[in-house]
Design a protein around this ligand. Structure first.
Ligand code: MLT
Ligand code: ZN
Length: 474
């Protein structure tokens, strides 16, 4: 039996309470509109369960009626995974399931619920003299459930790994409403399939992550942060090797940026001043996270790099304010592009050693396809993930520029395939890259993914059409 929207809303209110259900278009806007402004479908309703038991009842009901659900965290996703595709979905916002259940500093983990904001998770760790290292520009609104569901990366991956590496296990409501209890504080656990890891990075297509056991690390006692002029990405790569050799895992961030990104931020007064010492076509922002007694490691690395004639100018942040300026400049790199009109983006990764070649080949092909295009490749050089973004030529028509994007996408993804890279490094597949995934992923892997999805979610109610296209049988 197909339910009408009015019946759906009435039943949702009965299950969750009227205060936890929104169905007016105006109320749903903040949950439907997303950061890229690329996806515009509406939803049947937005609901905000207050307990895991309520969420289970909701999912059971949706499964019985074959009504699609979308798990949503802070709505910061970049590929449309957290917003509707069909216009028929119910958005399940997880923000109210945000408790901290347990902190075990000695054991090196904490158990928190999916709706906890990432920055709050950082705060909980710090209050316990520990560090939860995963950080991304949207940390003030991104939630743990979304961070795990997209297997987010961010700026500390070279030392600590991505969301998957930082999660010991999850609890999740599966598409039939049952509760998978995979929370644990174990560093070693060889008891069959790694089901938690299947749910991490599944973008809500296999169920709802409701809580997670997250790894904690000793809190660094201080940071040494530098803004370093590098003549080219190739020099950046050599500097990375030097720093890793000298500092090992104390090197926790190594971010590459073109001068263009800084000029844009100055032009649009997004930063009060230039964090760099002098002009350079490229910069690296590097950071060491250090424990007591370990001092001046950045200084020594830079001296070595100066001595080798690898670099000519650099500055180490001498105040908290300068460090914050460096981080703000880095984190606003993507936002600054939207002030310059339209931009074409690619979240890609290649083996670290191939980053310079990727940038060189990608810029050359872009300039050939769209003369005057302004490349802004930046990001996580330390783990091989470059945000290969391009701003429109100055004065160009943004709509016409975006309409010309496909040949550039094709060219970049061809280079990525040629270099053994990935079409999605840390933002996920969502609805944006479903076709691209189908074209580029190993067919055997795609078949396995489809079988897993069908086994766990035969009615395709959990975030349908995300990662995997909706097949005719669905
Ligand atoms: C970043 O590293 O700044 C983000 O992942 C890029 C983005 O938001 O586009
Ligand atoms: Zn990034």
């Amino acid at each position: 039996m197909t339910l009408e929207n009015i019946q759906i809303v009435t039943q949702l209110e009965a299950i969750l309470g009227a205060n936890n259900v929104l169905s007016e278009n105006s109320e749903m806007v903040p949950f439907i509109s997303e950061p890229r402004k690329r996806f515009h479908e509406t939803a049947q309703a937005v609901v905000m369960p207050r307990s895991i038991a309520d969420l289970q009842t909701l999912v059971r009901w949706a499964n019985n009626h074959k009504i699609p659900l979308i798990p949503q965290g802070g709505n910061t996703g970049m590929v449309g995974g957290q917003v509707p595709l069909l216009g028929q979905e119910i958005i399940v916002n997880m923000g109210r399931l945000n408790k901290v259940r347990q902190v075990d500093a000695d054991g090196g983990h904490m158990i928190v619920e999916a709706g906890l904001i990432l920055e709050h998770a950082h705060g909980v760790a710090l209050q316990n003299n520990m560090l939860f290292p995963l950080t991304i520009a949207s940390k003030g609104s991104a939630q743990i459930g979304g961070v795990l569901s997209t297997n987010a990366g961010g700026t500390q991956v070279l030392a600590y790994g991505n969301a998957r590496a930082l999660c010991l296990g999850v609890e999740a409501v599966l598409p039939d409403g049952s509760l998978y209890q995979g929370l644990n504080g174990l560093k070693k656990n060889n008891t069959g399939y790694d089901l938690s890891n299947l749910l991490v990075g599944a973008e809500g297509t296999l169920g709802f992550i409701t809580a997670a056991s997250l790894k904690l690390f000793p809190k660094p006692s201080h940071y040494e942060t530098a803004w370093i002029n590098v003549a080219s990405p190739q020099i950046g790569l050599r500097l990375l090797s030097l720093m890793q050799e000298m500092a090992g895992n104390y090197l926790t961030a190594f971010e590459l940026m073109p001068r263009f990104g800084i000029d844009m931020q100055l032009k649009h007064t997004m930063i009060a001043r230039d964090p760099s010492e002098s002009l350079s076509p490229w910069y690296v922002m590097a950071e060491m996270s250090l424990t007591k007694g370990r001092e001046n490691i950045m200084q020594r690395c830079l001296e070595e790099a100066f001595g080798n004639k690898l670099i000519e100018d650099a500055i180490i942040a001498s105040t908290l304010g300068h460090r914050e300026l460096m981080w703000a400049t880095r984190e606003q790199m993507s936002a600054s592009q939207s002030r310059e009109g339209a931009s074409i983006k690619h979240d890609v990764s290649v083996p670290i050693s191939k980053v310079p070649e990727l940038i060189e080949r990608g810029c050359a092909v872009a300039e050939k396809l769209i003369p005057g295009i302004r490349p802004c490749p930046f990001g996580h050089m330390g783990d091989g993930n470059i945000h290969f973004n391009f701003s429109q030529p100055q004065g160009a028509d943004p709509v016409a520029f975006m309409a010309s994007a496909q040949p550039l996408h094709d060219a970049i993804y061809e280079i990525i395939a040629d270099m053994g890279g990935s079409i999605s490094a840390e933002h996920g597949i969502g609805q944006l890259k479903v076709d691209l995934l189908a074209q580029t992923k190993d067919p055997v892997a795609l078949t396995m993914m489809g079988k897993i999805k069908h086994a766990l979610d035969p009615n395709n109610i959990c975030n349908p059409g995300k990662i995997l296209a909706i097949s005719k049988q669905d």
